[in-house]
Design a protein. Sequence first.
Lengths: 290, 255
Amino acid sequence: MRHVGRWIAAAIVLLLAAIVIHSVATNPRFGWGTVGDYLFDDRVLRGVRVTLELTVVAMAIGIALGVILAVMRLSPNPLVSGGAWVYIWFFRGTPVLVQILFWGFVSALYPKISIGIPFGGPEFASADANNAIKPFIAAILGLGLNEGAYMAEIVRAGMLSVDEGQTEAAHSLGMTRLQTLRRIVLPQAMRVIIPPTGNETISMLKTTSLVSVIAYAELLYSVQLIYAVNFKQIPLLLVAAIWYLFFTTILSIGQYYLERHYGRGSTRELPPTPMQKLRMRYSRAREETA
Amino acid sequence: MTAPMVKAEAVHKRFGRLDVLKGISLEVAPGEVMCVLGPSGSGKSTFLRCINHLEKIDAGRLWVDGSLVGYRQEGDKLYELRESEVARERAQIGMVFQRFNLFPHMTALQNIIEAPTRVKGVVRESAVSQARELLDRVGLADKADSYPAQLSGGQQQRVAIARALAMEPKLMLFDEPTSALDPELVGDVLDAMRQLCSVGMTMIVVTHEIGFAREAGDTLVFIDEGVVVETGHPREVLEHPKHERTRAFLSKVLS
């Protein structure tokens, strides 16, 4: 028999899987019935919606900020690139949990927020920080500003991956630095930027759970509120886990197709998608039986 | 004599501690085809890139069509042009690169219409019809919707020529346009360039194609170690080189 090692390894994997499945299915304390009861509970679904909102808004802020910071870092002006460097240094150098807590308590630091001329000039509008910085704003600031620092490095790496000759060709055609960036460099940088951005989005979906520390009812805090009353911690944490897993799976599939889209032009022919492969196999099987 | 299209006066360029150009002076008349020959590292490509300000010169003066490249002169002082002004100057100078530098995320047609529509504000329809005409001229009418990766090197370079021509430049710069091509693809690119010569385009061609320089060139310049060693009619320079360095170079290239 060939590949003896492979057969043994496969047998071990199957055995371990069987043990896990048996235990998960037969241990009553998993409370699968309770999981079913709460999976589509209104409070849980509201938490799911908030988690998705947080993910989308924080990533949007992160990506926009990342592009701006990356362009700033590649600027020939040392003050501009230095400013971006300091931003990235600070926000990557402190834990995101600390940043979220910080924004949660920011009203202690600046009790009043106002828009106007700085250094004692007139004020146009002002608000009490406690009212202006609601948990949602604090969560968005904490997650988005932090993400901006990471996205900046991703976007910068993408822009640096584009051949210098592309910029030269665009410049030689009379395009300005910004036109070149927007039309030539960034679209090509996308191929390098998209995969890690997908990872960042998936990671963001999970990181939003940290916002529970400032009592903002996203998915995790929503199930915590429920088990604080009924003490069914494990089933409710499973509910949260199932939802997180569901959306990270969807995001992974979306990322696959996005990567394919931006791979255009780099290879002569794109490899088939899993769906196309299935269809090909199906039609081949039909031909063979016919 | 008409005013020169390109005039260089003691152009110097340094990269760090390396003097690449040590005082290049030459003139190119409108409609003239100047071929630039020289060993690698002689500074010929750098000089070409100075003409459209892809490289800043460190000393000397460089004019294209009567205006200083990259600078504005007021009295004795030179002021660096703003980015948009440099871009406007560059828009009138076409450049073809050794490695084509087509935009890989755009089709051949999109490559060609990009600058006319974005830079010159030409309406899309007329840019497209002009682009198709140009593609037809370089023999690639059927490749309008192909991406660069689907084209051979020779085809890519001809698209690159069409892309540069779409800006209706008054001067074309060629930086070793055939050096990255398989030998059997060189001919088509040279044909496209010859066609340009015949319509009176002013061209500066850095090349190793001695044959092209001999037939199509009006002038031949031999550059070595950052200086112009010899200038003259191509046949004259190729057959009766006056300078020892020219002779040594030609004997290596022609043998």
